[in-house]
Design a protein around this ligand. Structure first.
Ligand code: KIV
Ligand code: ZN
Length: 504
């Protein structure tokens, strides 16, 4: 009989640990609602001890998503576990996911503890989790570079103290598929009590093997796969949920397992995560890349025209991609607008719809046809709208050949207008310097990129920046058909995020 593979989604936790990534509570909620539609089994909503916004995200998601298990991460210490337990208080099915390292490298250089001491901490921590919930996942960090016997001993102790899921992370993405699946086989044979718990796998993609490792592990008895939308996560990321789900669905006869993932929601979910995180997907990315269903070579096109099965193992409709390219314009009504947003995976409330619709109308006046990418840019701007401590009122630019660019910027702070003028190396530099004069926040710009979200000279420009402030990397985003305005908005957005973090 086919075995169910539980899907543990870690987009909002490991995914959010990707460099330069920061999602606020509202953005995380939006993604959580879409994960609910995708029908994952567990949503790992955050790491509550790490920040107030992570704590709040876990708390809010626990309140509203009632038909899924909600997990929160905690290192193996009482303070972390208390924070996770508190954040999960409102959840209908809370999971505390606690972890400690098991490899000698980590024990020596990171924990500076003996093997025996670490076993004791693992036991006490799992026991502590039981004060909050019966659903306890225990992870042995860097499991794949650990001594197998010691690893088995650690899992045995975790199970004895109440762990219901044991997770085997390939933390540094080092394992080869056969090595990893043989480790799972070894644990199945050598950990007492393992038959009473779920074995979970958590693979990183440093060598591009995360998905292969996860699938082979399932073949050896792992029943839960941890993965993230678009494969986002620490460094090279995690196993991509869309690849795991589609491999299992496409090859179900050979693999003999299934997931409950609603694969028709994959395109929407991927789109939403791309829009809200600003993390672009390579065009050739499996399943969700923009070329994943394009056939370019003449011989392939010829085959496709004769019979799609010649070169197509997946249909775009399977993952919810519609072939119709509906273009909205200034005559489009609210109904068509809302329907299109729903198709793109957005779940807005009335106020957000109203604001987004107004912006859509004014953009449609300026540029006529509004395509899906324009819409995503507009809506993402609305959803991620954070408290505007600094509010752009106006700007003027003087720029050209043989003159130094000068920018005058007017920003409102609590209703009072402040103006600054600065020159710089081009209009963007001049504007950022003028903004610095007003905000007085010490930052360093470490990344700046601009991209046209659609085709044509009147395309919306989306600017993404990352600034460093107080040892943290903060992103900023801004959109406009005017690239200087988009840059200024992105910079002010980053400053507002810094203020938001300070207020936490
Ligand atoms: O990669 C890892 O080891 C982790 C653990 C916290 C499970 O993310
Ligand atoms: Zn991880």
């Amino acid at each position: 009989m086919a075995q169910k593979i539980y899907i543990f989604d870690t987009t909002l936790r490991d995914g959010e640990q990707a460099p330069g990534m920061h999602l606020n509570v509202k953005e995380k909620l939006e993604i959580a609602y879409q994960l609910q539609k995708l029908n994952v089994d567990v949503i790992e909503a955050g790491f509550p001890i790490s920040s107030k916004s992570d704590f709040d995200a876990v708390k809010e998601i626990s309140k509203v998503i009632r038909d899924k298990s909600i997990a929160a991460l905690a290192r193996a210490n009482f303070k972390d576990i208390d924070a996770a337990g508190e954040a999960l208080k409102g959840a209908s099915n809370p999971v505390i996911h606690t972890f400690i390292s098991s490899s000698d490298i980590h024990l020596k250089y990171q924990l500076n503890k003996s093997r025996q001491e670490v076993l004791e901490i693992a036991a006490q921590s799992v026991k502590k989790c039981r004060e909050y919930t019966d659903n306890i996942e225990f992870s042995a960090m860097d499991a794949t570079r650990s001594d197998r016997q010691y690893l088995a001993q650690m899992y045995e102790i975790a199970i004895k103290n109440g762990a219901t899921v044991i997770n085997v992370p390939d933390t540094v993405g080092y394992a080869l598929p056969l090595e990893y699946s043989s480790l799972i086989e070894y644990l199945m044979d050598n950990v007492r009590g393992i038959e009473n718990v779920i074995v979970s796998v958590h693979c990183h993609d440093d060598l591009g093997l995360a998905v292969a490792n996860s699938i082979l592990a399932a073949d050896k008895g792992a029943r839960q796969i941890e993965c993230s939308v678009n494969g986002i996560g620490e460094r090279a990321g995690n196993a991509a949920i869309e690849e795991i789900a589609l491999i299992i669905d496409t090859r179900k006869k050979n693999l003999n397992f299934y997931t409950d993932i609603n694969i028709r929601e994959i395109a929407k979910t991927s789109n939403l995560v791309t829009s809200l995180t600003g993390y672009m997907i390579a065009p050739n990315k499996a399943i969700v890349g923009k070329n994943a269903f394009s056939h370019e070579a003449g011989i392939h096109q010829d085959g496709m025209l004769k019979d799609r099965s010649t070169y197509e193992i997946l249909k775009p409709e399977d993952i919810g991609l519609s072939s119709s390219k509906l273009i909205l314009g200034k005559h489009s009504g609210r109904h068509a607008f809302v329907k299109r947003l729903e198709d793109l995976g957005f779940n807005l409330n009335e106020v957000e719809i109203e604001k987004a619709f107004e912006r859509f109308k004014s953009l449609a006046e300026k540029k006529g046809a509004i395509n899906d990418n324009d819409l995503k840019a507009i809506v993402q701007d609305e959803i991620s709208e954070i408290a505007e401590y600094f509010k752009l009122n106006y700007y003027h630019i003087l720029s050209g050949t043989n003159i130094k660019s000068t920018s005058t910027v007017g920003i409102e702070i609590k209703g009072k207008l402040f103006e600054a003028v600065h020159f710089g190396d081009g209009p963007v530099d001049a504007s950022f310097k003028a903004i610095d004069q007003i905000t007085k926040i010490n930052t360093k710009l470490i990344d700046y990129s601009i991209e046209a979200v659609s085709e044509g000279k009147d395309a919306i420009g989306a600017v993404k920046i990352i600034v460093a402030s107080n040892g943290m990397e903060i992103p900023g985003r801004g959109i406009s058909t005017d690239i200087i305005e988009a840059s200024i908005k992105a910079y002010i957005n980053a400053m507002n995020r810094i203020i938001e973090n300070q207020e936490i």
